[in-house]
Structures are given as structure tokens and as C-alpha cells.
Design a protein around this ligand. Structure first.
Ligand code: ADP
Ligand code: MG
Length: 737
């Protein structure tokens, strides 16, 4: 692959090189190569340098990587006569008259009539008066009859002021430049603000946008900045991309909008490439450390397991199991993410993998986010492993210390093959004799560190993480870049229809009664923002208790929440599973995993308060049996946002579609929560819109490491530098967190 690498490698591109200099200030090129501390740049001084420092801008390179939030087209495209009403535009003209006046409401108005060959228009400035100084002093100084004026602002209808400034169109000035000559030449810093596409920045108090624009413009044109290319030359050439210096200057001052997009693409790709290379490097490292165990397919457990299942694996399940088994039989440890919608049948897939481990004399662990789910998994195991010579155990908060110790001893001695538990699994006291496979269920509920801790329980165990918050593959590749991804599509056959409605409380209760009268069961959920928020919990329990005593007085009702003792929770879940409770009123502790097929109504109170993924998870508790199911949302949809979410819930039951909409509405940071852990914030790249670039960066990273795994090539030095500084600890530890 080395043939792709260029012979001469330019690592440093100087802004002073002619091709990259903005053609504005031809005489200001300094030959100095020393980075000037910002404070000593013209017009900065210690006070502004301080504000800049607080923005994280310490040196010239920080300035030019402080990217614009938007751009404004301030090229003069219209004559005064053609200036379009109601739109923002830039105009140029000669100042013909100037007027300062004060309204009765103490508003100062400055008006300058400006004229070009086609006509006249009033440029107006509104200023709130200040008793301590003349708010117009600067305007009085700059505006002079006969000089050329550039203004930018919206064209609107104005009343005029005096007889020589008649009513008519006016420009409400947002920014302006006065030229020192009559030829309308924009001299010095003025050239950064007009007759071009102009960058807009987010600025804190104490710093004006105009000042920052001038400063960045000057740094870019002075030619003193040293810019290293992050994207190797062979990759730039392959994509016909300009170099970093070009991208940096054109992101601020593009000549066309196309140039701006080209610059943005390069800078976004840089960010993705750094991340993807770091992640690819982690994958490589894992492969370089072979596991100590080996698997072969013996089938002495897997075959009877399949025969006793009571159903056939679906085609997607078979495919995913094959992917996992292929991985498990490789010499390097598996790190795989299994994505599948709520109810898609991930548990039996995980169980298959765990049985392969046990067939080969290993131990396997399954970690679930809640006690209730762990207990349910234990029940599932009991059902599917009934006639198999497999020893499994649950570590539960319900067990007495004596019981727990006995189980822990047996795990340590290797007398137990499969272990199920919550976070309890990663406690120090839990020791395995030969843990070869660790499965994490509903991984979006765990932090990244849990994965590492569980891994450390074994030699080099294989890891399978499962999630029912499915996200688009490209995003998964990035967020879980150190993992391989399997996707379990569709749902097993025999599922009933599941419809979602936005209803009133009365309607909801009526439909619950209806379902119960035909022998079905229902959930009424009060999702909590935080299960540990005592006030919130109290309110929910009060509401539930009130309903139990009134509307549902004649039904068998259970109230379940996180603060109950483990034993109590399990008793209530047990009764609900056995059908001796009709209505289960619960907090979000039942959000994940619970599988009671006879429950056909999911009612969600205060649905407007919750994100799409929580609502979808809750809805996934029904539609699991042969009877038609409904999800009833009781929600206040007065806010636009709530209305949209409820609408999306009604329209689709597909988790992938939902998560994509959720990502659009709320952005990855909000949706993915703890999964985001350790993810860099992208300044230019966008995780959703730049899917194609991410894919490209992913591939490029693989190619790059194949030819140069240690990034020793000088053409890769800058990239290596950035990865070390951004992803340092992970990079050097080699541990996939
Ligand atoms: P999730 O992917 O949300 O964890 P589960 O593993 O809990 O879903 O599966 C949901 C239900 O579907 C369970 O009751 C499970 O036994 C059942 N199931 C799984 N696979 C199949 C299949 N191939 N055919 C029929 N039912 C299945
Ligand atoms: Mg599950």
C-alpha cells in the first residue's frame, strides 16, 4: 500500500505562500515565523487578550480554528433603486446628507441619505440614549458628506425625518464601512467586512464580532501562521482536496458559498479522520493481543438448546448468530455490538453465544441494568436451559449474605457456568475461574467504564454488548468505533399489531378496563426523569395510589418503583407475570427488557416529558403476544416539541426510524447520553449530516493503518500528534473503554 504515499511530503504549509494568501493586503506580509502572543497583535491589548483566553484562544492558530457560526453575503448585488424590500442586503452609495434626531421616547436616530447612479435611500441607525455620553460620537466622526458608505441591513419602509429625507425605503443598518476616498475603496481592516461573504462568530461580552473578524482576517493574511496538514497528502490528492491552510482561510473568508462548503468538508473530515484513526488503532491493538481461550463448535449444548426452544430462529437471528460465532472462533477477542429493536429477540442470540463458551469449558456472564431485568433473564434461562447440563446463577440483591457468598465461591471455583447480575457483577468480590465471554444487555444504560471493568474479570474475554436504542450504522461505527456491529432486523413472527394513540385520561382508563375484562393486563407508567429523585417519585406514587383507590378500585393493582426492597419488587413482578395482577402501575424501572406477553396495554402518563427513546422502550413492553396491543399516551402537547414527539410515536413503531428522528430533533449528545462518554465534540463535523464523510474517514483510517500501523511516516506525523493529544490515554493504554 506504500505506493499510495507520495515521495515528497510537505508537512508545513506556510500561509505566506502566494497561493494561500488572501489577496487583500498585499504589503503587509511579515517574514517572521514566530507565533506572536495575541496580546501584542494590533488592537488586542491585555483586556481583550484575557477575553480571548477565556474563549480558549491563546495563540494565532486558535484564532483561525475558531470557526464561524454562520456567513453573511455582503457582496453589493443591488443598486439603491433595486434593493429588495424586506430582505437583508449590502448597499453602496455616496453620503449626501446626515441628520441626528431624538424621538420623544428618548431614542436617538441617525440618518444618512446615500445615493448611487440609480437613486437615494436612507441609512438609519437607532441608538438608545445614554446620559453619560454621546451615543453618536463615533457616527459623527465617521459619517461625512461626500464620502462613500457601505451598509448592511434589512430594507424596510421608513417615515423619513426632514424635508430633505422624505419617507420611503430605508436600510436599518447592522454594520457599515466608510471609505476614506470617494472611490469606495475598502482600506485596511474595512476589507474584511464588505464586498465579500463575511463570517459571523459567537462572541462573549467584551468582544465585538467586528473586532474578532478583523483580527482573524489579519492573522490569516499576515503570513506568519504555521499550519500543519492533518490529512496526509495521498488522501488529499485522492479526494482533490486543498490543503489545511487553504481550508482555514476559506472557512472564514470564502469567495463563494461553494468554496465555503469545500473548506468545511476538509475541516470536518480532519475531525473524523482523527477519531476514526484512533478507533481503528484500538481495534488493531485488540487484534494484536490474542485471547488465551479457543472455541470450537461442539454442539453438545447448542443442538439440544435449539431443539427445546419452542420456536425457530428467524433468518436475521441466524445471520447474527453466525457473525458472532465467526468472531468467537477467531484468535483475537471479540468486541461486538448487537443492535436490535425492542423485542427483536436478542436474548436467545446472546444465550447461544454463552452456550458456545460453556461448551468449550468457559464461563459466561450477562450483565443487565436493573434487578428486575436480571431476574427476568434468570427466568428465561430457567425456561430455555431446563434440560441442559448447564449450571447458572443469579447474583441478586434479594439474596442473604450467606446465599450470596455461596454463589460467589462457586463462581470462583468454576462450578457455575453462566452468571447473571446487575452492576453487582463488576464488584471486586466477584471472581471467575475462567470467564471467556461477557455480555452486556441494554448497554445504553451503562457507562463505558462498565465494559472495561467487566472485561477485567477475565483473561481476555470476548465481549458482546446489546442495545435496543438502535442508531444508523455510520453513527454506530463512530460512536462504537472500537466495536464491530451486528444488526438484528425485524421482529420474530407471531407478534400482534401495536397501535399508538394520544388519548385523554378517561379514555385511557376506559380502554384499560376493556382489556382487563377480556383477560389481558395493562401497564400504567409514570416515567421518572431520575429514579432517585425523591420528590418526583413521591408524586408518582401518590398519583398511582390515588388511581388504585378510585378508578381501579375493583381491579387487582400493583405499584412498583425503584425504592422498594428487592424482594418486594420481585413479588409484584411475579404476580404480574402469573396474571394475578391486572394493572401494574410503575415508574421507569420497567423501561427495559420486561417481557410479559399477556400485557397488551401500555399507558404512559406525562408522555410529553420524555424523549422518543424512552417512550419507545416503554411501548416495547407490549405487542409481545398474539393479542393486538395498544400504547396510550397521556400528554400535554401544547409545546411544539412535545407535539412533534407524540406525533412521531403515533406514526412509527420502527426503532431505527425513531432514533433517526430523535437524533434530528435533539442531536446526538442528548439522545445518546452516557454512550457519548469520551466522544469528542466536533466543531465542523456533523454526526448525522456528514454520514458520507464519516464512512470515508472510517475507510481511510483502515487504509492508513494498514500501510503505517505506528503512524511513523512523516506524512502522518501531524495526525499522530493530534490523536495523542486528543485521545491520549486510550491510545497509549490500548484499552477499549
Ligand atoms: P429483546 O431483543 O428486546 O431483548 P427478547 O430477547 O426479550 O427481545 O425477545 C422478545 C420475545 O421474543 C421473547 O419472549 C423471546 O422468547 C421471543 N422470541 C425470540 N426469538 C424468537 C423467535 N425466533 N420466534 C418467536 N419468538 C421469539
Ligand atoms: Mg432484551
Amino acid at each position: 500500500m506504500t505506493d499510495r504515499l507520495p515521495r515528497s511530503r510537505t508537512l508545513v504549509t506556510n500561509f505566506a505562500s502566494k497561493r494561500h494568501r488572501l489577496n487583500i493586503l498585499p504589503n503587509s506580509v511579515s517574514e517572521s515565523k514566530i507565533s506572536t502572543p495575541l496580546q501584542y497583535l494590533k488592537g488586542v491589548g491585555p483586556a481583550r487578550a484575557e477575553v480571548l483566553a477565556q474563549m480558549g484562544i491563546l495563540q494565532p492558530l486558535d484564532l483561525v480554528t475558531y470557526y464561524p457560526r454562520d456567513w453573511e453575503d455582503r457582496r453589493v448585488r443591488f443598486s439603491v433603486r433595486e434593493a429588495p424590500m424586506g430582505e437583508k442586503t449590502a448597499l453602496r452609495g455616496t453620503i449626501r446628507s446626515i441628520d441626528f434626531s431624538i424621538t420623544r421616547s428618548q431614542l436617538g436616530i441617525a440618518t444618512a441619505a446615500m445615493e448611487d447612479r440609480t437613486g437615494r435611500i436612507n441609512a438609519v441607525w437607532f441608538k438608545k440614549l445614554n446620559p453619560r455620553y454621546d451615543v453618536f460620537s463615533s457616527l459623527r466622526h465617521h459619517l461625512q458628506i461626500g464620502k462613500s458608505l457601505y451598509v448592511y441591513g434589512s430594507i424596510e419602509w421608513g417615515p423619513g425625518s426632514r424635508s430633505d429625507l422624505p419617507a420611503g425605503r430605508q436600510v436599518r443598518v447592522e454594520d457599515f464601512s466608510v471609505c476614506t476616498d470617494t472611490e469606495a475603496t475598502l482600506a485596511g481592516d474595512e476589507q474584511f467586512h464588505f464586498e465579500r461573504i463575511v463570517p459571523l462568530y459567537t462572541v462573549p461580552e467584551g468582544l465585538s464580532e467586528r473586532f474578532l473578524r478583523s483580527l482573524i482576517g489579519r492573522v490569516l493574511t499576515q503570513g506568519t501562521l504555521q499550519v500543519h496538514n492533518l490529512i496526509p497528502e495521498w488522501l488529499r490528492r485522492k479526494n482533490s482536496w486543498q490543503d489545511r491552510a487553504w481550508a482555514l482561510s476559506h472557512i472564514h473568508f470564502p469567495k463563494t458559498l461553494l468554496e465555503k462548503e469545500q473548506a468545511r468538508e476538509i475541516l470536518a473530515f480532519e475531525e473524523f479522520l482523527a477519531l476514526e484513526t484512533a478507533l481503528a488503532r484500538l481495534r488493531l491493538e485488540v487484534k494484536q493481543h490474542p485471547k488465551t481461550h479457543r472455541y470450537t463448535l461442539r454442539r453438545n449444548l447448542l443442538t439440544p438448546f435449539r431443539e427445546h426452544l419452542g420456536f425457530e430462529f428467524t433468518a436475521p437471528q441466524k445471520r447474527v448468530i453466525r457473525e458472532i460465532f465467526d468472531d468467537l472462533m477467531k484468535p483475537e477477542p471479540m468486541n461486538r455490538l448487537l443492535q436490535g429493536d425492542v423485542g427483536s429477540g436478542k436474548t436467545v442470540v446472546a444465550l447461544s453465544a454463552m452456550l458456545l463458551a460453556v461448551e468449550n469449558g468457559g464461563q459466561a456472564a450477562l450483565m443487565a441494568p436493573t434487578e428486575i431485568l436480571a431476574e427476568q433473564h434468570a427466568l428465561t434461562f430457567a425456561r430455555f436451559l431446563r434440560d441442559l447440563p448447564v449450571r447458572y446463577a443469579l447474583i441478586s440483591g434479594r439474596q442473604t449474605p450467606g446465599q450470596k457468598k455461596k454463589i460467589l465461591d462457586e463462581i470462583a471455583a468454576g462450578h457455575i457456568d453462566l452468571v447473571i447480575g446487575t452492576h453487582a457483577l463488576i464488584q471486586k468480590r466477584v471472581r471467575f475461574s475462567r470467564l471467556t465471554l461477557a455480555v452486556i444487555d441494554e448497554q445504553h444504560r451503562f457507562g463505558v467504564e462498565h465494559r472495561t471493568l467487566l472485561r477485567e474479570k477475565g483473561g481476555v474475554p470476548d465481549i458482546l454488548v446489546m442495545t435496543a436504542t438502535p442508531i444508523p450504522r455510520t453513527l454506530a461505527l463512530t460512536l462504537y468505533g472500537d466495536l464491530d456491529v451486528s444488526i438484528l432486523e425485524g421482529l420474530p413472527p407471531g407478534r400482534s399489531s401495536l397501535a399508538t394513540y394520544h388519548v385523554s385520561e378517561e379514555e385511557a382508563y376506559r380502554r384499560i378496563r376493556q382489556a382487563v375484562s377480556t383477560g389481558r393486563q395493562a401497564y400504567v407508567v409514570y416515567p421518572l426523569v431520575s429514579e432517585s429523585d425523591k420528590l418526583e417519585l413521591k408524586a408518582a406514587v401518590q398519583e398511582a395510589t390515588l388511581l388504585k383507590q378510585t378508578v381501579f378500585k375493583d381491579l387487582r393493582v400493583g405499584v412498583l418503583h425503584g425504592q422498594l426492597a428487592a424482594r418486594e419488587k420481585e413479588t409484584i413482578m411475579d404476580q404480574f407475570r402469573r396474571g394475578t395482577i391486572d394493572v401494574l402501575m410503575a415508574t421507569s424501572i420497567i423501561e427495559v427488557g420486561i417481557d410479559v406477553p399477556n400485557a397488551t396495554v401500555m399507558t404512559i402518563q406525562h408522555a410529553e416529558r420524555f424523549g422518543l427513546s424512552t417512550l419507545h422502550q416503554l411501548r416495547g413492553r407490549v405487542g409481545r403476544g398474539p393479542s393486538p396491543s395498544i400504547c396510550l399516551l397521556i400528554a400535554d402537547v401544547r409545546s411544539e416539541d412535545a407535539h412533534r414527539r407524540i406525533q412521531i410515536m403515533i406514526e412509527t413503531t420502527d426503532g431505527f426510524v425513531l432514533s433517526e428522528k430523535d437524533l434530528e430533533l435533539r442531536g446526538p449528545g442528548e439522545v445518546l447520553g452516557p454512550m457519548q462518554h469520551g466522544m469528542p465534540a466536533f466543531k465542523m463535523g456533523h454526526l448525522i449530516r456528514d454520514a458520507r464523510l464519516i464512512q470515508q474517514a472510517h475507510q481511510a483510517a483502515e487504509d492508513l493503518l494498514e500501510s503505517d500501523p505506528e503512524l511513523k511516516n512523516p506524512d502522518h506525523a501531524s495526525l499522530r500528534q493530534v490523536i495523542l493529544s486528543q485521545y491520549g490515554p486510550k491510545w497509549s493504554f490500548g484499552a477499549t473503554g
